[in-house]
Design a protein around this ligand. Structure first.
Ligand code: ZN
Length: 268
């Protein structure tokens, strides 16, 4: 058991109910969800899942509004229906034994990227590389259907935050706070990526810098998801190779020109 596992396991169901209500309020107040959007869940013992109800604002929940289901999504406790995305939460708990909390929201900037068909996959900010590696984009699936869970399935073992095309984002973690913080990081990253592109484009981190950050993850208490190594974010070198451009310093350019002139003279 890791330190984080014990952190959430020590919480009683009542504490988890209160924490879900508190995080629902923070998601709503930070504009990461609107109206009745989004859902949150936490793993309980015995394969049970504590989850937010459908059709209520997650900013105004009371602990008694929450629903407990079994690992098939059947309601065990609570007067309301569970979230329409309960199958997504169940899939994540099935594929990730290390995960004890899941957060789904529609953060506007990150959802903009998802609706534009763009992953948040560039090595732009060291904190994001350390915390998440990068944020891939799962193809579109109708909300609340098998299509959506199937589109997420290949990414869940390898990533703690995933964009869902034309929909939103889902994050997960060893406890509710971590899952929520990852959602905040995704939206903050999307805002910075958007502003960077408005300012004329990103200056990405090099492969060497990314490798240093990945190696530093344990120092920051960040572990990669237990699945096989995820794809690394797009680095400066990869981006240059993709668009066929190279960057040179003035000195490097001078050396190349001198060499070309020398070769030209030698040929005459
Ligand atoms: Zn949604």
């Amino acid at each position: 058991m890791t330190v984080n596992d014990s952190h959430q396991q020590q919480r009683t169901e009542e504490q988890l109910r209160q924490e879900i209500c508190c995080i629902g309020k923070r998601l709503y107040e930070r504009g990461l969800i609107a109206a009745c959007e989004g859902n949150l869940s936490a793993r309980l013992d015995g394969g049970r899942i504590l989850t937010t109800p459908a059709g209520l604002s997650k900013g105004l929940l009371e602990p008694a509004d929450l629903v407990v289901t079994d690992e098939k999504g059947r309601v065990l406790e609570g007067a309301r229906s569970p979230s329409s995305e309960q199958a997504m939460h169940i899939l994540i708990y099935e594929l990730r034994p290390d995960v004890r909390a899941v957060c789904h929201a529609h953060p506007p900037t990150a959802t903009g990227f998802a609706a534009a068909g763009r992953a948040l996959d560039q090595a732009l900010l060291p904190e994001v590389v350390i915390a998440l590696g990068h944020v891939p984009l799962a193809r579109y699936g109708t909300p609340g259907t098998k299509e959506l869970t199937e589109s997420l399935e290949p990414f869940v073992p390898h990533y703690d935050a995933i964009l869902m095309a034309n929909h939103g984002a889902v994050t997960m973690g060893p406890d509710l706070q971590t899952a929520f913080h990852r959602m905040e990081i995704v939206e903050q990253f999307a805002k910075v990526a958007l502003i960077t592109s408005l300012l004329g484009g990103s200056k990405l981190l090099s492969g060497r810098e990314v490798a240093k950050l990945i190696a530093a993850r344990p120092r920051y208490g960040c572990a990669a998801p237990p699945g096989s190594s995820p794809e690394l974010p797009v680095t400066a070198e990869q981006a240059e190779a993709e668009d066929g451009r190279i960057q040179l310093t003035a000195d490097e350019l001078e050396v190349l020109i001198d060499e070309a002139v020398r070769k030209d003279r030698a040929r005459r």
